[in-house]
Design a protein around this ligand. Structure first.
Ligand code: ATP
Length: 358
């Protein structure tokens, strides 16, 4: 894939407030790219600088090899879909979609409108009243209106946040399919990590105006670069650790688990011999029930809390010598008991699922 958008040393100030800090970023042609991070971290600001709604205070934004300095939003090869659908309720679906063509008399709306509606799964909806559509259908109309101009880049600012959970999950899959089908670059802003993990080729996780880590979903989840990223993506147990020696194999002394060795790959940043923290995902831990055996490591604890979800049970288990209880996510299997608060529990763990963090 070749680079479509390149940001070099982008900074943005609102008065004294430093909203974007030295952002270097390359987004490829045909990529589904997400900007993920907590509220106020600068995701929307970054999207708006790409769109041209916001001038940068320093650095450059280039699209298709062209510097965008001074190029207004309407002359950039980008189009934006907003959180509030911005659908005109008094117009028909077809009129709403055709609105995207108002400045382009060169495009034949008789074919372009049905084509765009077909793309988003609303073939034949031209004559429907927009106000009678469901939230998901409105969002599709907004997408059709943005896609009708065939932009090189579609910018999506929290496009699914107004939908209920079920519709949001359905639209996640549809957006992903749509992006593959049309093949253009999508840049999505979201604070919902699941949404970003499900849909994106790559994700930039942002904190306070900077990029904490840029990687694909699996790398972000399995090899977060630091505690900040690990804490934001999914759930993670943290245990204090001492790095005793490092090299291809790292020797550690981990609170509650004792002396152990991990592979250098499990330490995303080069951590010297000093205090660090070990991260363990709840679903990589297990419980050894009576009559079962394991060749993995086992540590004794006591159940502190149980949350039963039907398909899963979440346990907090107190381990001697460990400050916070360990959170364990167990898939419920027929025949396996659900433990009660106060019961003894043997926790199964594995060195291979640990990650060493700064
Ligand atoms: P959210 O998910 O809440 O929308 P975000 O990550 O998209 O957050 P931005 O909207 O980019 O965050 O805002 C980043 C910071 O810049 C915030 O602290 C915000 O208050 C500030 N900010 C954004 N726009 C302006 C503006 N026009 N003037 C002054 N400050 C602004």
């Amino acid at each position: 894939m070749s680079a479509l958008i390149t940001l070099n040393g982008v900074n943005k100030y609102y008065g004294d407030y430093h909203a974007l800090r030295d952002i270097d970023l390359t987004i490829d042609e045909g990529e589904f790219f997400s900007l993920l991070g907590p509220s106020g971290c600068g995701k929307t600001t970054l999207l708006r600088t790409i769109a041209g709604f916001e001038a940068v205070s320093g650095g450059t934004v280039a699209i298709g090899g062209k510097d965008m300095a001074g190029v207004p939003a309407n002359l950039r090869p980008t189009n934006m879909v907003f959180q509030s659908y911005a659908i005109f309720p008094h117009l028909s679906v077809g009129e709403n979609v055709a609105f995207g063509l108002r400045k382009r008399p060169d495009i034949d709306r008789k074919t372009a409108v049905p084509d765009a509606l077909k793309m988003v799964g609303l073939a034949g909806y031209e004559g429907r009243a927009a106000h009678a559509l469901s939230g998901g259908q409105r969002q599709r109309v907004a997408l059709a209106r943005a896609l009708i101009l065939k932009p090189k880049v579609l910018l999506l600012d929290e496009p699914l946040s107004a939908l209920d959970k079920k519709m949001r999950e359905q639209m996640q899959v549809e957006l992903m399919r749509l992006q593959r089908h049309v093949g253009i670059t999508f840049i999505l802003v979201t604070h919902d990590q699941e949404e970003a993990l499900v849909m994106s080729d790559r994700i930039a996780v942002m904190f306070e105006g900077r990029i904490g880590q840029l990687a694909d979903a699996e790398t972000l989840y399995r090899r977060p670069r630091n505690r900040e990223v690990a804490d934001f993506i999914g759930k993670m147990n943290f245990l204090d650790a001492q790095v005793l020696s490092s090299g291809p194999v790292i020797d550690l002394d981990v609170q509650g688990l004792g002396r152990l060795q991990i592979d250098a790959e499990q330490s995303p940043e080069n951590i010297g011999a000093h205090p660090a923290v070990v991260g363990i995902r709840p679903e990589t831990l297990g419980i050894l029930f009576e009559g079962e055996s394991t060749d993995r490591r086992v540590i004794d604890g006591v159940v502190d809390e149980v949350v039963y979800y039907g398909d899963m049970t979440y346990y907090d288990i107190r381990i001697p010598g460990v400050a916070a209880p360990l959170n364990i996510a167990m898939k419920n299997i027929i025949g396996q008991p659900v433990l009660d608060v106060g019961e003894a529990a043997k926790v199964i763990w594995d060195e291979r699922s640990l990650v060493l963090l700064k």
